[in-house]
Design a binder for this molecule. Structure first.
Ligand code: ATP
Ligand code: ZN
Length: 310
């Protein structure tokens, strides 16, 4: 991954700029594809510029800045951008390190991707009993703010070695006794002979906004947020269609997951059966479909929903 620091444009307008909302996304990394994909699902088409740092949406008043994820909070507090997508871990780390600087940043909504946890891990040869085992030890991390807070809250005294990357090699190279790093599957830890011992926090990608938006930008932001909410709802919802015996309607409705009021329609030529259509705001599992079938339903179809607006 590119380790160069993104350059923050110097000519920033402190009152939200030129009437277009500006959003900061990770340029290249684990959140990039999903972040751009989210905007695309929200019907926003982007044209990339040649330097690939800046995109303009041509069907929505939005400009996109593609930067390193660690720089996104600074883009927001300086009003270069008014919203951004980042891991909760990034926002909370900045807020832990600089208690005054990032107070205007608000977490708006969790986006359901980029799930990970910040964990303390020890070499498998290390005898770990509890957080007390960390006393007097050296811990390598890129999250010194969050780690220091965690240790302080538990009265543990340990030395923190701040590293920008490749934290997992620190114990092997004797730079530190343990590490504190982001984990998703745990494969990187295992392949480096490390074992997860404490979870400091759970994280996922979030939409973050700067609290001082002017009226015009606020309107655009609300429209974007409403579309993002709609995309997230549609992603988590399924449209279910089935045929049900009239006599079994109540029990079938009771089995339909996360659906308040299904549509019930007559089936031509069938006095005893009706068609039931419902939006289920949660996953429909095979076990649920089998239960519907046991209750007398047939021709059960579950389809994804592309767009959804109340
Ligand atoms: P950049 O070049 O933008 O600074 P980076 O190397 O700091 O990139 P990535 O590794 O792309 O960042 O991770 C971006 C975000 O993805 C993290 O801040 C975190 O929120 C999330 N994430 C999800 N799973 C993991 C994981 N296993 N390791 C690291 N980050 C993860
Ligand atoms: Zn980063």
């Amino acid at each position: 991954m590119d380790r160069t620091t993104s350059t923050i444009p110097l000519s920033t307008n402190p009152i939200n700029g030129d009437g277009r909302l500006k959003i900061a996304l990770q340029k290249s990394g684990r959140l990039s594809e999903m972040s751009v994909g989210l905007l695309e699902k929200a019907g926003i088409s982007l044209t990339k510029s040649r330097d690939q740092l800046f995109c303009r949406a041509h069907n929505f008043p939005l400009d996109v800045f593609l930067v390193r994820d660690d720089d996104i909070p600074a883009f927001l507090v300086t009003d270069v951008c008014q919203v951004g997508i980042m891991g909760q871990n990034v926002l909370w780390e900045k807020q832990a390190l600089f208690t005054e600087k990032y107070t205007t940043l608000e977490e708006v909504i969790a986006l359901g991707f980029g799930h990970c946890r910040l964990s303390i891990a020890a070499p498998t040869s290390f005898t770990y009993n509890s957080v007390e085992s960390l006393n007097g030890k050296t811990i390598a991390t890129s999250y010194s703010g969050l780690l220091a807070t965690y240790l302080r809250d538990r009265g543990v005294e340990a030395d923190i070695v701040t590293m920008e990357g490749a934290v997992e090699v620190a114990p092997r190279t004797h730079l530190a006794d343990l590490i504190c790093d982001l984990v998703s599957t745990g494969n990187t830890l295992t392949s480096n002979g490390l074992q997860e011992q404490e979870v400091i926090l759970q994280s996922q990608a979030i939409l973050v906004k700067n609290s001082n938006l002017n009226e015009d930008i606020q309107v655009i932001y609300e429209k974007l947020l409403s579309r993002i909410r709609a995309v997230l709802r549609a992603d988590n919802s399924r449209y279910i269609m089935l045929n049900s015996p009239i006599a079994a309607l109540d029990s079938i409705k009771a089995v339909l997951p996360g659906s308040a009021s299904p549509t019930v329609m007559p089936l031509q030529g069938r006095e005893d059966m009706v068609a039931v259509h419902a939006v289920c705001e949660e996953e429909v599992f095979w076990t649920t479909m089998e239960e519907l079938q046991r209750n007398g339903a047939n021709s059960i179809l579950v389809v994804p929903i592309e767009k959804m607006l109340d």
